[in-house]
Write a protein of this length. Structure first.
Length: 161
């Protein structure tokens, strides 16, 4: 790939991963039952995710090579994924949802530092933080898949009896 358009490929691949995870998180969210006591934590978590997303996307970016609307789409998908993961964990606190939530929050932090480093204030420390948090967040994503599959196998075996 040409160096000028390589961020577009990375953005699209991360967007695809987030959309696939979003589908899984929404499926898990649909299986949970909510009541009146869940409203306040859900509203607080949604305001937290929304405020971070809006504050990062509202920065002035001068060095963007391609259309900024792709970053907005990516940011919206990541915000919805974070909201679904946090809501899943708030409603059903298990190890799988904890790993998904840590992955999503880590991805959000990593992307915030990427945007700041790439388009606002390029510093080695921002790049180091972004890469480190991203690597650790993928560890939690893999752990989420492993624990979620183990949980589903237990449920399937329990239903067989």
């Amino acid at each position: 790939m040409q160096f000028e358009i390589s961020p577009l490929g990375a953005l699209m691949s991360f967007l695809l991963v987030n959309l696939l995870l979003l589908k899984l998180a929404i499926d898990d969210l649909r299986s949970l039952k909510f009541d009146e006591s869940d409203r306040i934590p859900i509203v607080i978590s949604s305001l937290f995710v929304l405020s971070i997303g809006i504050s990062v996307l509202s920065l002035q970016y001068e060095n963007i090579v391609f259309d900024f609307s792709l970053y907005i789409i990516y940011g919206i998908a990541l915000a919805i994924l974070n909201f679904a993961a946090i809501t899943n964990y708030l409603k059903k606190s298990n190890y799988a949802f904890l790993n998904l939530m840590i992955f999503c929050v880590g991805s959000m932090i990593s992307d915030v530092f990427f945007m700041i480093n790439k388009f606002y204030a390029p510093l080695f420390a921002f790049d180091f933080i972004q890469v480190s948090v991203q690597v650790f967040s993928y560890f939690f994503m893999v752990t989420y898949f492993i624990t979620n599959d183990q949980f589903r196998i237990k449920i399937k075996n329990y239903d067989a009896f």
